[in-house]
Design a protein around this ligand. Structure first.
Ligand code: HEC
Length: 187
């Protein structure tokens, strides 16, 4: 009798045969037998996902921004709805803080100013993840301005400073030297 089990077995066998046939075509590239499925990824597709910015600023895009523009964007893009007026905190963390980290051990509020080791992470994070309901909708220029707004608000750069691929990596975060690199030889 032709049961569901034999049907799925037949499907399995035919997929296997198709795979084996395709594999034959692929051996000439020196990689050995492969299923021959899929297509090469176009460079443009890789670029769209290859957005990681390294601590030293590698991969920062062209463009620039200032705190004044960032302050406007902060409201226009709805950041204030979650991070509060003037980024002082709302239902989600404050991005601009006055007080220094208090000695509360692991419970200490880990703010951007007092805890983040690299200014460049701010760029990577905002471009990748914010605004929370619509990540990756900000332009590269807008991200520079929002970063400038947060850095200037935390008094880490002058309020008129222009942030770009050159200036942003030069901003040293206050707590930078207190991080311990577990495996320095791997960097
Ligand atoms: C709907 C709410 C919401 C909106 C709108 C929003 N955020 Fe956030 N944001 C969050 C949440 C939630 C987190 C914490 C995420 C986590 O810890 O995983 C966060 C974290 C952050 C952080 C890291 C803070 C830290 O100390 O770790 C930054 C920087 C940030 N947001 C910037 C922005 C900017 C800039 C905008 C506007 C373009 C924005 N956010 C809009 C909810 C929001």
């Amino acid at each position: 009798m032709f049961t569901l089990k034999t049907l799925s077995l037949a499907a399995f066998v035919s997929i296997g045969v198709a795979g084996a046939l395709a594999a034959g075509n692929d051996t000439k590239n020196g990689l050995g037998a492969r299923p021959g499925l899929g297509a090469p990824i176009p460079e443009s597709d890789i670029k769209a996902w290859d957005i990681t910015i390294l601590p030293d600023g590698t991969n920062l895009p062209p463009g620039s921004g200032t705190a004044a523009v960032g302050a406007k964007l902060y409201v226009e893009k709805g950041c204030d709805q979650c991070h509060g007026d003037n980024a002082k905190g709302g239902r989600n963390p404050a991005l601009i803080t006055e007080e220094k980290m208090q000695g509360q051990g692991i419970e200490t509020n880990k703010t951007i100013k007092d805890f983040w080791a690299y200014s460049t992470t701010l760029y990577d994070y905002i471009r990748r993840a914010m605004p929370w309901p619509a990540p990756r909708t900000l332009s590269d220029e807008e991200v520079y301005s929002l970063v400038a707004y947060i850095l200037a608000g935390n008094k880490l750069i002058d309020e008129n400073a222009v942030m770009d691929a050159k200036t942003l990596p030069q901003v040293k975060m206050p707590n930078h030297d207190n991080f311990i690199v577990r495996f320095p030889e791997r960097i």
